[in-house]
Design a protein around this ligand. Structure first.
Ligand code: PRP
Ligand code: URA
Length: 210
């Protein structure tokens, strides 16, 4: 697994406001969108392109365009939905698929309650969106889902990650082409499986259920 942790003052600034418990949902949602757009720059570094020839008003020149098949963006519901707009702003031609997952608050095991993905992902580049990588259970299940459908190239974009989750994803995806892009690598998980210092429950903060 390739790991990229953002190291940019603008990202750290926005994450600081996002973490602040007094930040209201409306601001939280805008910040999540802005952060994803910044992280998408790194996440799409290896997006597949093909060479094209175009006419500028002055001359003929070579350039590149995103190649087929189109990339697939997969937000993990619910919280990952808060990252979708930011990602498709940069990748407007991407197709979007959905995975709904919820973590049992006692066992911390993920359960999948919704799936709307293309049946065949052979040759597709996939971008999974979930703001929080805690134990890693949800992300591992999501990557597994995509790989079983034929995806060979999966990039996961998370706003915050815990070291425990990063280690778990790395072990579970050994031998697969998986990239993880994080806004920040936090300190640890607490006894309830929450990221520390973290930002609390991302879904609740996005959708005002706090
Ligand atoms: C959160 C988060 C991840 C998961 C991370 O979702 O958005 O999907 O927990 O935890 P893990 O790494 O230990 O699996 P949650 O289950 O709270 O659902 P929600 O998005 O509907 O709020
Ligand atoms: N899910 C969240 O929303 N936050 C955490 O800290 C861990 C899992």
């Amino acid at each position: 697994m390739r790991l990229h942790v953002a190291n940019h003052p603008l990202i750290t600034h926005k994450l600081t406001v996002l973490r602040d418990k007094s930040t209201p949902s409306s601001v939280f949602r805008s910040l999540a969108t802005e952060l994803v757009t910044l992280l998408a720059y790194e996440a799409t570094r290896d997006v597949r392109v093909e060479e094209v020839t175009i006419e500028t008003p002055v001359t003929t020149t070579k350039g590149v365009m995103l190649s087929q098949p189109r990339p697939l963006v997969v937000p993990i519901l619910r919280a990952g939905l808060g990252m979708l707009d930011g990602m498709v702003t940069l990748l407007p031609s991407a197709e979007v698929g959905f995975l709904g997952m919820v973590r049992d608050e006692e066992t911390l095991q993920p359960a999948t309650y919704a799936e709307r993905l293309p049946d065949d992902l052979t040759g597709r580049q996939c971008f999974v969106l979930d703001p929080m990588l805690a134990t890693g259970g949800s992300l591992i299940a999501a990557v597994d889902f995509l790989v079983k459908r034929g995806a060979t190239d999966v990039t996961c974009v998370c706003l915050l990650g815990a070291p425990e989750g990063v280690t778990a994803v790395e072990a579970a995806t050994e031998g697969k082409s998986v990239t993880l892009v994080l806004g920040a690598l936090d300190e640890r998980l607490n006894e309830h499986g929450y990221i520390v210092p973290g930002l609390g429950d991302a879904g609740d903060r996005l959708y005002g259920t706090v």
